[in-house]
Design a protein around this ligand. Structure first.
Ligand SMILES: [Zn+2]
Length: 338
């Protein structure tokens, strides 16, 4: 569900500084190759499922959490796909699958994992992002997503708490370790157990996520039951040393810290997917792509920030370069604001 796959669009080179172009081009080629690994895995996955179910034009895909849709064997979903086909709805249209969306104000909790002591500027930038994204025209795009009862996602996000985890699970984290980190922060009462929240596990540059950070994705979101609550959480790593090209690190970048500026766009991606599809059963298209996936690495029109970097958003007294987001109005489109 929901991972932010590697940046491998040629258009990315358009926002790079001139002297770095050749180096970045070679890195982009590397990233493209890595993307091919993801595509190969996607095919293998479909074939694996194909042994159990015939893949045909009514086959339905759902978000998996690892970069590509998995076959959904649910008969109801197949019937919906059939109906959608009959109504000439394209596989690329984002459709509602009946699950909840986040219709209360969303709280953010940051878990700073690892050692951020040399990256306090990055922390300040990401605190500004979390404190400022609520109420913006950018986040307002998510109000185009509704629940079964017709309630809209509300344009209200607050950074409600922060917590530091000093390598409790080491420097090479599995997906389970990420959940363990969130669970520990909640069960120790360091952070509240809040079903109307997104818990971001933000890792320092020396930490790896072994299921594919930097090779298959730049971040992902998921949900789990903790106590009595459906808890939404997300992993986003600082890519400045692990995947600078693949995860969108630019120089210059709007706030002068390439790692943090890249993370802000990934966080906007995962936050938007969380409010519109918190449990992976609400809004996504026929390929399992959620609203952030459909516009990944698509920035739209940019302007020159005060430091010369490319930017496309202004809030919290700062400039930002955030990917566009899928607007669920009419046939839908990637937009910067709504
Ligand atoms: Zn995604």
């Amino acid at each position: 569900m929901n991972e932010f796959i590697l940046n491998n669009k040629p258009s990315h080179s358009a926002i790079l500084g001139g002297h770095e172009h050749n180096l970045m081009e070679s890195l982009l080629m590397k990233a493209t190759k890595l993307k091919c690994i993801a595509l190969s895995l996607a095919i293998a996955s479909s074939f694996a499922h194909a042994a159990q179910i015939k893949v045909d034009e009514d086959t339905v895909f759902k978000p998996t959490g690892k970069g590509f849709g998995a076959v959904d064997n649910d008969a109801t979903e197949r019937a919906k796909r059939s109906a959608a086909k009959a109504a000439r709805v394209s596989r690329t249209q984002i459709v509602y699958h009946g699950g909840p969306v986040m219709t209360n104000p969303t709280k953010l909790y940051y878990i700073w994992y690892g050692n951020w002591s040399s990256y306090t500027k990055a922390q300040q930038i990401l605190v500004a992002f979390g404190s400022g994204i609520g109420g913006t025209p950018a986040f307002n795009v998510n109000t185009s997503y509704t629940s079964a009862a017709g309630a809209k996602v509300v344009n209200n996000v607050q950074l409600a708490g922060q917590y530091s985890d000093n390598y409790s699970k080491g420097k090479a984290l599995s997906d389970q370790n990420i959940l363990d980190v969130v669970t520990a922060a909640i069960s120790s009462n360091s952070l509240p157990n809040d079903p109307n929240a997104l818990y971001f596990v933000l890792t320092s540059p020396d930490v790896t996520e072994t299921s594919g950070f930097g090779s298959q994705y730049c971040g992902w979101h998921a949900n789990a039951t903790i106590g009595a609550n459906d808890v939404k959480y997300s992993f986003v790593g600082n890519p400045i040393t692990i995947a600078p090209a693949g995860c969108g690190v630019n120089s210059p970048s709007p706030n002068g810290d390439g790692g943090a500026d890249a993370m802000a766009s990934v966080m906007y991606h995962e936050l938007s997917e969380t409010v519109s599809d918190p449990d992976g059963n609400a809004w996504y298209d026929g390929s399992g792509n959620e609203n952030g996936d459909k516009c990944a690495w698509n920035f739209g029109t940019t302007f020159k920030a005060t430091n010369g970097a490319s930017a496309n958003q202004t809030f919290a007294s700062r400039q930002w370069l955030l990917q566009q987001m899928w607007l669920n109005v009419g046939a839908g489109s990637c937009v910067q604001k709504y």
